[in-house]
Design a protein around this ligand. Structure first.
Ligand code: FUC
Length: 790
């Protein structure tokens, strides 16, 4: 299970990512000059500020008036007056550079990332000596570790140094090489062209974050010295480098803290790790990684690519026709979430934790109208619920800040978040007070959508304590905002206004407009937020009256409509969109990842949604292709989903400029919008899981949309809502056996395409009489049930 190459990386998107949620590294594998690009997940520009807009309240009324009169141009213009500042940017930490003494004439080169070990390796020979490097990011020991070895004693000589594109100074303290610096106070998004996009404060008085990175080494044989140029290891046989970094971000206050002693923090971390034998550190890392990564297995058939083939060639030559490559894509999403989102860290941002640019595309921030949510689609179904925790914590921070925004900007109860957010949990609309286009900048549904993650975390685990103490209070406050945000139309339906279908304008005549009333996405997200709150209140036996209000309001939401093309309307009026192939499929959010529109609850809308997806076509950015995999899975069309997987497995070159409709993957299998965005990796993993198991309708649906190409195979360790873990095997495209492990005592319902029999410990419990029917049985917590076809 490797991403592998026969040469060093030229582009950053050819490098190999490792990470422990907090520290990230990209391994280029250069022979004479190695570059390991580093990240620390709290290193962002800026500091908390007042982003709310006191004037918005008044403007809101005017916007609504204009929209009601069909004066969309004026409404778009007025919306700009409700905006706040852009968010801040996620920053690169810098590079660990190694300069080897052996020159650059080499042979037998191999570079690979073993996903199942979470270890990157670089091997080559110079003048008859074999050199090897092993790089990993340890979660238990909180460090990036690089081990270098030579096959002949005394042949390893190199210099190791840290560098950063940010303002820093370097120093050496006894055996350590250290860089210390501070982040800019402001970094403007890359799409905003201004003269001074990166602004620093004074190094002493700045409110921006301070950072420190520390490098140490131990060596076997030879000598070592440290000076202003770095760590010098001379004539050794092997050496181990330890890197740790930290910033002054204090999560308990959500700001930079002068109380944090970075020197102490990084020194303690380095001492703790470098004091242990290498094998101990390595084994602790392997155990920790395996515990998470080893939970899920997948086989889709024999791999057809030669086992030594470089990954970029494998993508270009075989694409999705190589079942092994599809498996790799699936596992990579799991690997990347484990590497970028661990309990206690920041949630995975637009690039996970890997970023080399001070002005990264879209600030490498959190885009809440799809991308941030998408990052977490595989978290529950692919058995990584703990990896969801950083997002859940972040939603809590947004809820606190967003309460002020809801009150200040709109005089509303509850909490709101808009289009973007950042380390500071910014909750206001972005757009820099009128520079942005409301079609993306003005979108008050960020919080509403995010609460789906709280509900899903509960739905998969059944953890009622989490529901009561963490999830429900935040969900309820999000619902309160929605109650206040909704207004009545002339037919006494509840609608939203202003409203967009994110990033897609509607067309009247030759004019394109952003805001109108009650987009399908708004109504779907609100409907689902209410439904989840109602179910939560019922489960917790609380808030009966509130749940009743939600139900009544939900029933009076403007009904979703079917348009003239038989499509699910994107807006409350049957407007044409500016781009029939637009990458966003926001109006289908109720089909996937939501569960508002299913073949049972709303068959006509379900069919119309399918028509909409058909019209949108099979192209799009990387993340858009990823979303469509999941959607076709919900439409039970495995072959169509497979086509989307195939489209996603299009090799994109490292220097391909940004575009908005033709995505794929880079040489290192990172998702390409292009540019690199990690969301498409996560959507692909979630989508593949959704083809094999669905559980959003109150039952476990086994192999709901198996593509014909995946004839024989198995999957282990997928999770279904209700606290189930499911293994399945199939032959000739049909289920042969499944095993369901229950973690709750309750009725378990199973839907398979064939007649099945359920046994527990060899004893028959029940069996289905007619194919395609859902069968239920009493499942007991801690027991495993075997589903076999009859
Ligand atoms: C939204 C999308 C873009 C991109 C950006 C980060 O604005 O429309 O395609 O993914 O987020």
């Amino acid at each position: 299970m490797n991403i592998q190459f026969h040469s060093p990386a030229v582009y950053w998107t050819e490098a190999l990512p490792v990470g422990n949620g907090k520290l990230g590294a990209m391994v280029f594998g250069g022979v004479e000059k190695e570059r390991i690009a580093l990240n620390e997940d709290t290193l962002w520009s800026g500091y908390p500020s007042d982003w709310n807009n006191l004037g918005a309240k008044e403007v809101l009324l005017k916007v609504r008036e204009q929209i009601a009169q069909g004066k969309y141009e004026e409404a778009d213009r007025l919306c700009k007056e409700m905006m706040g500042p852009f968010t801040q940017s996620y920053l690169p930490f810098g590079d660990l550079q190694l300069v080897m003494d052996h020159g650059n004439v080499y042979g037998q080169y191999r570079r690979k990332l073993d996903l199942s070990a979470g270890i990157a390796t670089v091997d080559y020979s110079v003048g008859g000596v074999q050199y090897s490097r092993e790089i990993f990011a340890s979660y238990p020991d909180q460090a990036i570790i690089v081990r270098l070895q030579s096959s002949k004693a005394g042949q390893l000589s190199f210099r190791a140094q840290l560098d950063s594109p940010l303002r820093f100074t370097s120093s050496y303290e006894s055996e350590h090489y250290v860089i210390s610096g501070h982040a800019p106070e402001y970094v403007s998004p890359s799409y905003h062209h201004i003269e001074d996009p990166v602004r620093y404060g004074d190094s002493e008085t700045t409110q921006a974050l301070k950072f420190q990175g520390r490098l140490a080494a131990v060596h076997e044989g030879g000598t070592m010295k440290v000076d202003a140029d770095g760590l010098h290891v001379i004539g050794a046989t092997s050496a181990i480098l330890y890197f740790n970094a930290s910033t002054s971000f204090d999560p308990s206050i959500g700001a930079s803290s002068s109380e944090l002693n970075l020197k102490q923090i990084t020194t303690d971390a380095i001492h703790a790790v470098s004091g242990k034998p290498y094998e101990v550190i390595r084994n602790r890392h392997l155990d920790d990684h395996n515990k998470l990564f080893g939970r899920v297995a997948l086989s889709l058939g024999e791999s057809i690519a030669p086992s030594d083939m470089p990954t970029d060639r494998r993508i270009a030559e075989f694409g999705s026709s190589d079942p092994g490559l599809v498996e790799l894509l699936f596992h990579y999403g799991r690997y990347l979430l484990i590497a970028s989102s661990r309990p206690g860290t920041q949630p995975a941002n637009l690039q996970g934790i890997w970023n080399e640019e001070t002005r990264a595309p879209w600030s490498s921030n959190y885009t809440l109208n799809i991308n941030a949510e998408m990052n977490y689609w595989p978290a529950e179904s692919c058995n990584m619920a703990e990896m969801h925790e950083p997002l859940i914590d972040f939603i809590g921070r947004l809820a606190r800040n967003g309460k002020k925004t809801a009150e200040t900007n709109y005089g509303a109860r509850g909490w709101v978040a808009h289009h973007n957010s950042d380390l500071w949990a910014q909750t206001a609309p972005v757009g820099d007070f009128g520079i942005g286009d409301p079609v993306w900048a003005f979108w008050p549904m960020g919080g509403t959508w995010l609460t789906q993650h709280l509900w899903e975390h509960y739905a998969f685990s059944g953890d009622e304590v989490f529901l009561r103490e963490t999830a429900y209070p935040i969900m309820k406050e999000a619902a309160l905002f929605c109650l206040d945000w909704l207004i009545e139309d002339k037919d006494a339906h509840f609608i939203t206004s202003p409203s967009t279908s994110p990033e897609q304008k509607f067309v009247i005549g030759d004019k394109h407009y952003a805001v109108s009333e009650a987009s399908t996405m708004d109504l779907s997200l609100i409907g689902e937020c209410f439904e989840n709150c109602i179910q939560a209140a019922e489960q917790l036996k609380i808030d009966e009256d509130f749940a009743k209000t939600l139900l009544e309001t939900k029933q009076r939401l403007l009904p979703l409509q079917i348009g003239k093309h038989g499509q699910l309307q994107e807006w409350s009026q049957d407007f044409e969109g500016e781009d029939v192939h637009h990458r966003h499929v926001s109006h289908l959010v109720g089909v996937y990842p939501g569960r508002l529109i299913t073949e049972h609850t709303a068959p006509d809308l379900f069919q119309a949604a399918k028509t909409s997806l058909e019209i949108r076509g099979d192209g799009g950015t990387g993340w858009s292709l990823g979303w469509k995999i999941g959607l076709w899975a919900r439409f039970k069309d495995g072959n169509r989903a497979e086509r989307l997987i195939s489209n996603l497995l299009t090799l994109i070159k490292g220097d391909e400029p940004i575009n908005h409709d033709r995505g794929g993957v880079y040489a290192n299998l990172f998702d390409a919008h292009p540019p690199f965005q990690i969301d498409g990796n996560f959507a692909a993993t979630a989508g593949i899981a959704e083809l094999l198991l669905q559980s959003h309708q109150g039952y476990l649906e086994l192999l709901p949309a198996l593509p014909d190409a995946w004839k024989d195979g198995f999957v282990k360790g997928l999770r279904g809502r209700g606290g189930y873990e499911v293994d399945m095997e199939w032959k000739g495209g049909a289920l042969s056996k499944a095993e369901i492990a229950a973690s709750k005592t309750q009725t378990c319902k199973v839907l398979a395409r064939q007649n099945v029999r359920i046994t527990q410990d060899g004893e028959v419990i029940t069996y289905s009489q007619v194919g395609n029917g859902c069968i239920g049985f009493h499942a007991e917590s801690g027991k495993r049930y075997v589903v076999s076809t009859v």
